[in-house]
Design a protein around this ligand. Structure first.
Ligand code: GLN
Ligand code: ZN
Length: 761
């Protein structure tokens, strides 16, 4: 180990060519053996350790690897196995917990804090008996050691583990802390026997959330216990994504060796420096962004470190990524096709390693000690960042001016005025039927898009194929009797990428894959510059679609907040300013659509909740600009243009007022699985606008019967009056097959007709 005080919280594991994904999916399809999976896993671990070692990183992790998910690994380590899987063993057990099997449903999966990574939610109960299974952790340490690399061992902390678990018998997960802690203590004892000295990184990101006094009271006893296991252990408690000031106050009074803090997403951590200094602990300072793709501004980071060093002596500081690099793509090496200027602004996981070591040299030894190569690197870094500050591809004066001077911030007319006009003009019935936008993306549609992208077919050929698909969609919707139609979205691969590709200021990677869950990866587009819309994006498609039917064709856009939340966002401008620019571009699109004769326009905010800050005090601020920008996006809509929005959620209890403030004329939501329970909040707050609660679950291939949807609609009518209700599926239908969609929608319309007859509508 070189002694340069550089630290990486964790490393991506899917592989630079997604090798892990490929072998896992082969294994699941029974086309390869588990031995092959293990061989690939070993190879990847080795390669990832070597990348870090070669870059000169001092603190490299083991147990940051996983075949599926680290929370799931922790459940296995504890023997926290749900009853329905107890008869299984080894990999069959592991993957069944993650993915379900013929007999049992998978464990639930949910988002890891405010990232797009998803973990497997532990299912615990008071009667559980936990027992240690340390093999993965021990083996990974030994594996690295055999390669000449002494690792720190990463663990998810017991408080975070329990905080993210659910109790299937009701009650508080923290009641189980005693039992769980016993296993952690045993584990640490085993770990201590592995070597003469060991560093253990215990991740407690839950400490960055708003604290109940209860949680805070658990910290000291937990870490007093864990640190007393063995003198050989150096225990680090790591938090990220926000500040953890309250927890730090407690942790400085425990014998932990170091604290890992995020100084990028938790600037407030600066106030903890004094306490950390007094407690004589090491500080792992997260200053290189672990969840974005921009080149670090080395000079700026060095300044930040200098500021920290005014309070904490240099020898106590270790320079780190702000969180695990799991949340960034792997390496720029395979971005061969990317524009050179843009590529020069980026840094993926592998490139961030060099930033850490360069920063360390600069900070600890000073600029005069850089060798020639390092000096060149520093100059290149400064130049790249300079060019980002000045490039006209990033900074568009016209866009900035327009956004600054924007005066129309919302649409004309109150909801009451608007809906009156709309009901007259659009003349739809109570319980109007519609769908959320996409129809099945068949292999033919995907192939046509791919062929066009690769220039294998002409634009004309491509458009003909898309138009045929749209006409088929329309014909089907007319046949089955839907009232407000959609065009089916065949031309869109993804609801964000499609718009990103047409907006100026957006970039795309060839290989910027980031793990989302298990073997699934996403390739988020990135916003590098001021956003504008060079030309109309959807108008031609919508005009064509409307021309093929006398019914109302719904225009379909993705909202500003969702576009933002599913992209990597530039770090040289505040998020809310970026979002506002997107909103302005969308308002132009809406204006063009209505001028082209489109009377209803849906602005999807599928990812509205994703952007919620982890701290209560910041939520109000987010809500304020998120609502502002939705309203700006739709501000161009005339009184008689009806604005719909769609959100992929069912739980609105905490945010109902915010939703109301968005002032969409109609919102469709995901309620099929919750009956009418979660709808009640709309009634409670006296929600005025119209609502389309999904009447069937599109996430399953099951075809819902007429009777069950009649029942579902009646349940909805118990909560909201017929005048306020639309009837639609839960979400878009693109992942379903036509064989499922056709009977499902036909049954849905039939169900509405039955209910209408009964109500004598
Ligand atoms: N209009 C989009 C679709 O139907 C909405 C998808 C979503 O909300 N995730 O596919
Ligand atoms: Zn949805």
């Amino acid at each position: 180990m070189s002694n340069n005080n550089t630290y990486v919280v964790g490393f991506p594991r899917i592989g630079e060519k997604r090798e892990l994904k490929i072998v896992l999916e082969k294994f699941w399809a029974k086309k390869s053996s588990f031995e092959e999976v293990q061989a690939v896993a070993s190879e990847l671990k080795k390669r990832h350790w070597n990348y870090q070692k070669d870059a000169g990183i001092e603190f490299i992790s083991s147990n940051d690897f996983s075949l599926y998910d680290n929370m799931l690994d922790t459940s296995v380590m504890l023997g926290a196995i749900p009853k329905r899987f107890k008869a299984l063993k080894d990999e069959e057990l592991y993957f069944s917990m993650a993915r379900g099997n013929i007999e049992s449903v998978a464990m639930e999966m949910t988002k890891w804090f405010n990232t797009n990574y998803h973990y497997i939610v532990p299912e615990l109960s008071l009667e559980d008996n936990y027992s240690l299974n340390s093999s993965k952790i021990v083996n990974e340490y030994k594996e690295a050691k055999a390669l000449g690399i002494t690792t720190k061992i990463n663990l998810i902390g017991p408080i975070t583990y329990l905080g993210l678990s659910k109790r299937i018998d009701g009650g508080d997960t923290y009641e189980l802390l005693g039992k769980v802690l016993c296993v952690y203590e045993k584990l640490l004892k085993e770990i201590a026997d592995l070597d003469t000295e060991l560093v253990v990184q215990i991740d407690e990101p839950i400490f960055v959330k708003d604290h109940e006094v209860k949680l805070l009271s658990l910290i000291k006893p937990t870490y007093d216990a864990l640190t007393s296991v063995s003198d050989k252990l150096k225990i680090i408690v790591t938090t990220y994504f926000e500040h953890s000031v309250e927890a730090t106050k407690v942790l400085v009074n425990t014998p932990v060796w170091a604290l890992g803090l995020d100084f990028l997403y938790g600037e407030e951590n600066m106030v903890s420096l004094d306490l950390i200094h007094k407690s004589n602990k090491k500080l792992i300072a997260g200053v290189v962004d672990g969840r974005n793709i921009w080149k670090n501004e080395i000079k700026k980071s060095a300044e930040l470190l200098d500021e920290i060093a005014e309070i904490i002596p240099k020898e106590k500081i270790i320079i780190s990524s702000s969180c695990s690099l799991l949340h960034t793509p792997f390496t720029l090496k395979y971005e061969e096709k990317m524009d050179k200027e843009i590529r020069n602004w980026l840094s993926y996981a592998v490139e961030k390693l060099d930033e850490l070591t360069l920063l360390s040299k600069l900070f600890f030894q000073g600029v005069e000690c850089l060798n020639k190569g390092e000096g060149t690197l520093l100059i290149q870094n400064i130049q790249a960042n300079e060019s980002r500050k000045t490039s006209t591809r990033i900074h568009d004066k016209a866009v900035q001016k327009r956004v600054e001077e924007l005066s129309k911030l919302s649409r004309e007319g109150s909801y009451e005025e608007r809906i009156k006009v709309q009901k007259e003009v659009l003349a739809y019935n109570d319980l109007a039927t519609t769908s959320i936008g996409s129809f099945p993306q068949t292999p033919e549609v995907r192939k046509a898009r791919r062929d066009f992208k690769n220039s294998d077919i002409t634009l004309e050929n491509y458009e003909t194929q898309m138009k045929e698909y749209i006409v088929d969609c329309i014909n089907f919707q007319e046949e089955c009797g839907l009232e407000v139609l959609v065009h089916g979205e065949p031309e869109r691969n993804d609801m964000v990428e499609y718009f990103g590709e047409q907006l100026k200021g957006y970039g795309f990677s060839q290989n910027g894959w980031v793990q989302s869950y298990g073997s699934r990866c996403v390739k988020p587009p990135f916003i590098f510059g001021d956003i504008s819309r060079p030309e109309a994006m959807t108008v031609e498609w919508m005009k064509f679609s409307q021309s093929k039917t006398k019914k109302i064709m719904k225009g379909m856009l993705t909202g500003p907040v969702t576009i933002l939340n599913w992209s990597f966002v530039r770090d040289d401008k505040a998020r809310d300013e970026v979002s506002k620019q997107i909103a302005v571009a969308l308002s132009d699109e809406i204006d063009d659509l209505q001028k082209a004769g489109i009377k209803i326009i849906q602005v999807d905010e599928a990812a509205f909740k994703e952007g919620y800050p982890l701290r209560q005090e910041k939520i109000k601020i987010y809500e304020k600009w998120a609502v502002r920008d939705f309203k700006i996006a739709v501000s161009s809509a005339n009184i008689d243009t009806q604005i719909h929005t769609h959100m992929c959620y069912s739980e609105f209890n905490d945010i109902i007022e915010t939703i109301e403030n968005m002032d969409a004329d109609v919102i469709s939501i995901e309620t099929a699985r919750s009956g009418n329970e979660l709808l009640k909040i709309f009634k409670e707050v006296g929600y005025k606008q119209e609502v389309g609660p999904g009447v069937y679950d599109i996430h399953s291939p099951r075809i819902p019967s007429v009777e069950e949807m009649v029942k579902q609609i009646k349940l909805l009518l118990e909560v909201l009056p017929q005048k306020q209700l639309w009837i639609n599926p839960d979400c878009g239908l693109k992942t379903r097959k036509w064989e499922e969609v056709k009977p499902s929608l036909t049954n849905m319309v039939e169900a509405v007709n039955i209910v209408r007859k009964e109500l004598a509508l």
